[in-house]
Design a protein around this ligand. Structure first.
Ligand code: AMP
Ligand code: ZN
Ligand code: FE
Ligand code: FE
Length: 306
């Protein structure tokens, strides 16, 4: 690989990726990346392990998180937090609320699946979520684990079918989970020392550019720091448009694959679905934005151990 590239959006077994944090870092190093952010859903549980592995492998590392905030369907609003302090009280508080939302929702999905003839159990789902976790603890249990249970029980022929028929929005076993409002989510990430980046803005499913611009500007008013310009779901013209909006509003820009290992087998680490690579300069700029923010005294202090 010529030049130096990074991947700023990845998941591990601490949430719904299939690689442990250590395996993820080794995969990043093996594919020639020079830096990576771990952005598990709702938890910083994999960050310490990933940071240690990254130090060992000589990779630059950004501790991150991805959280889902309230928005009217069919939109999906995910926010990435970068440089969060995994030990901060703000992060712990936020994780507790988000995990409770999952714990309320997941059994409802499984009960509905049973009603319609897909005989899987919560124990089976938890066992899948625990796989690969060193302490054998299921941290964040999500729909991809339920999809895997459906696959292993031969209720579906693929993970995609599990989402298309049952688990995706509009599916027969779809249930929403309790979330934070965008402002609460932004404030929590800031309180945990992080920068807030709008993940995969195309998933907001805006009707047109004017609508998307309006949604982004409303998030900027609530404290948004930047947008994810490059992502596996983005077409080149999406990224181009997002870059122009980011320039206009002096937003931080980031990019990443949303790698989930075998849970999303069509996404490669560092490349995504479309062989799009993120130059290391984007990580330099993200770090510069963090320094500016800290210099401005706008956030709680970030512990330097991670
Ligand atoms: P959860 O956080 O438990 O609601 O699950 C979210 C995870 O499911 C994320 O990794 C999503 O990318 C994945 N996901 C959501 N919808 C789909 C879909 N239609 N097909 C495949 N994966 C999906
Ligand atoms: Zn995921
Ligand atoms: Fe996401
Ligand atoms: Fe993600």
């Amino acid at each position: 690989m010529n030049g130096r590239f990074v991947d700023l959006h990845t998941h591990s077994t601490a949430s719904d990726g299939s690689l442990t944090p250590t395996e993820l870092i080794l995969a990043a190093a093996a594919s020639g990346l020079s830096g990576i952010a771990l952005t598990d859903h709702d938890t910083g549980g994999g960050l310490m392990e990933a940071k240690a592995a990254a130090d060992k492998a000589g990779l630059r590392f950004v501790p991150g998180i991805e959280i889902s905030a309230e928005i009217a369907p069919p939109a999906t609003l995910h926010l990435l937090g970068y440089f969060i302090d995994p030990e901060s009280a703000a992060l712990q508080r936020m994780s507790t609320i988000l995990l409770e939302g999952r714990n309320n929702r997941n059994p409802r999905i499984v009960a509905r699946l049973n009603e319609i003839g897909c005989k899987i159990t919560m124990d089976q789902v938890l066992e899948i979520a625990r796989r690969g976790n060193a302490d054998n603890r299921a941290v964040v249990v999500g729909r991809p684990h339920i999809a895997q249970a459906l696959l292993e029980s031969h209720c579906v022929a693929s993970l995609k079918q599990a989402f298309d028929v049952y688990l995706g929005m509009g599916g027969t076993a779809y249930f929403d989970k309790e979330r934070l409002t965008p402002r609460q989510a932004i404030d929590c990430i800031h309180d945990a020392g992080g920068l807030v980046i709008l993940a995969h803005p195309v998933q907001l499913r805006a009707q047109n550019h004017a609508h998307l611009q309006h949604l982004i500007e409303s998030l900027i008013d609530q404290g948004l720091d930047g947008v994810e310009v490059w992502h596996s779901d983005h077409r080149p013209q999406d990224s181009e448009w997002l870059l122009s909006i980011a320039k206009r509003h002096a937003l931080v820009v980031t990019g990443g694959s949303d790698f989930h290992g075998s849970r999303k087998p069509d996404i490669d680490i560092g490349l995504g679905r479309k062989n799009v690579r993120i130059p290391e300069r984007i990580l330099d700029e993200l770090e510069a934005a963090r320094r500016t923010r800290m210099g401005a005294g706008a956030t709680a202090p970030v512990k330097e151990q991670i």
